[in-house]
Design a protein around this ligand. Structure first.
Ligand code: AMP
Length: 176
């Protein structure tokens, strides 16, 4: 078994000063670490019916696609504006400077669909909460949210838990 934290590369001051960027491409590039990460992320949900994994662009696609296979679920992408070809619903979220938006195909999730929201990392939670709002607008049942990395000092996982959503993260890193 790998210590998965050691397979994630940390890049200081990227994309701007003061940020410790947790680069999960090194974990994904290590076959055993990648397999272990997907197994461990899937484990808490194996006894739960998950119809669709909602993966958040872009690293959430890689983990979410693998998790969907592991859980025998479908995969629904949530993407930045202008990327999805069909009609979409969208939710704005705050960035440090300005706002961004996430889109989902209008017909991707139907009422009562049991969804698991997946991304590589949760920081402030703004991104994940936008995905939560999209899922709720589609009248999905959110069974949980799964992340490889949590940055607990930024409070995002707590915000999602405050929405009565079960949150699981494999690793916690101190700092931003
Ligand atoms: P947030 O909306 O603040 O929870 O930010 C989460 C999103 O931004 C995820 O899609 C992450 O991939 C990315 N992200 C935020 N902070 C970091 C970080 N320190 N290292 C790597 N990715 C990050």
């Amino acid at each position: 078994m790998r210590d998965l934290a050691e397979t994630i590369r940390t890049i200081p001051d990227y994309p701007k000063p003061g940020i410790l960027f947790r680069d999960v491409t090194t974990l994904m590039g290590d076959p055993l670490a990648f397999e272990q990460a997907v197994d461990e992320m899937a484990a808490p949900w194996r006894e739960t019916v998950v119809d669709q994994v909602i993966g958040i662009e872009a690293r959430g696609f890689v983990l979410g696609g693998a998790l969907a296979m592991a859980l025998k679920a479908g995969f629904t992408p949530v993407r930045k504006p202008g990327k999805l070809p069909f009609d979409t619903i969208s939710e704005d979220y705050e960035l440090e400077y300005g706002t961004d938006a996430l889109h989902m195909h209008v017909d991707a999730i139907t009422e009562g669909t049991r969804v698991l929201i997946v991304d590589d990392l949760i920081a402030t939670g703004g991104t994940a909460l936008a995905a939560v709002r999209l899922a709720r607008r589609a009248n999905a049942r959110i069974v949980g949210a799964s992340f490889l990395v949590d940055l607990p000092e930024l409070g995002g996982a707590e915000h999602v838990r405050n929405e009565n959503i079960t949150v699981n993260a494999l690793l916690s890193f101190a700092g931003h």
